[in-house]
Design a protein around this ligand. Structure first.
Ligand SMILES: O=P(O)(O)OC[C@H]1O[C@](O)(CO)[C@@H](O)[C@@H]1O
Length: 248
């Protein structure tokens, strides 16, 4: 486990973008696992800038997103599909056919989930997966007490997540209560993982994830068992870590 503590959100975003871009430069047909939420927005901005000045070419890249709200059409303003188009895909040269995001309107959701994992397997697995983290320790939409053995599946969102994400909707009643999410097993099969976190609201989740016991109560704690995981966190998110070498 590598832990990089940076001063602020901007530095976190730059470092994460450099890691993602390096992956693509070294292996142009990389399979990228992508995340949504407010945390990676800055990283996507940096990647767009790097693309615009010719530092990285996404034409051979394949992407798989972690999750999508269930019951939201992809054109809905709040869908993660829409988020990805606005923050990244509309601004780079990734091919449409190489973009994969769970279908939040799938009628046969079980089939959708199995197909999603099969598609990841068919392209050789995810080379690098970006993760954010929920204040309750969730990764993707894998809420506390999820099975570590689950592949992509339909999840019921935690009250805390619904409340946290209501800031993006007009009212809390509009936040979907379920989502299709890569499972912990899917995420753990990624060859490399980078987890980004900033702000004091994430400090407790980061402490439990890095220094706590590995438990489904803190889904991200399973990352302690991954062989190539890098945490890029700002000093506020690192603030509760007891190991002084992580203090800034
Ligand atoms: O980056 P944010 O907005 O704090 O969200 C944290 C996590 O929560 C989610 O948005 C899902 O609730 C994840 O996609 C993200 O990793």
């Amino acid at each position: 486990m590598r832990i990089i503590v940076v001063d602020n959100y901007e530095e976190m975003s730059k470092k994460a973008a450099i890691m993602m871009a390096s992956q693509v430069v070294l292996k142009p047909n990389s399979v990228l696992g992508l995340a949504t939420g407010s945390t990676p927005v800055g990283m996507y901005k940096e990647l767009v800038n790097m693309y615009k000045v010719g530092e990285v070419d996404f034409s051979d890249v394949k992407t798989f997103n972690l999750d999508e709200y269930y019951g939201l059409d992809k054109n809905n303003q709040q869908s993660y599909h829409n988020y990805m188009m606005e923050n990244l895909f509309d601004h780079i040269n990734v091919k449409e056919e190489n973009i994969n995001i769970p279908n939040g309107m799938a009628e046969n959701v079980e089939k959708e989930c199995l197909d999603y994992d099969r598609r990841i397997e068919e392209v050789g697995g995810i080379d690098i997966q970006v993760l954010g983290i929920g204040a309750n320790g969730h990764i993707g939409f894998n809420e506390p007490n999820v099975s570590f053995e689950a592949g992509t599946h339909l999840v019921k969102l935690d009250e805390k997540t619904i409340k946290d994400n209501s800031r993006f909707f007009d009212s809390i009643g509009e936040v979907p209560t379920t989502a299709v999410s890569m499972g912990i097993k899917t995420i753990m099969m990624s060859k490399k993982i980078i987890l980004l976190a900033n702000g004091k609201g994430k400090a407790e989740a980061i402490k439990k994830t890095i220094e706590g016991k590995i438990t489904p109560e803190v889904p991200a704690s399973i990352l302690q068992l991954h062989k190539d995981v890098t945490f890029i966190i700002d000093k506020e998110a690192a603030n509760e870590l007891s190991n002084v070498k992580f203090k800034k």
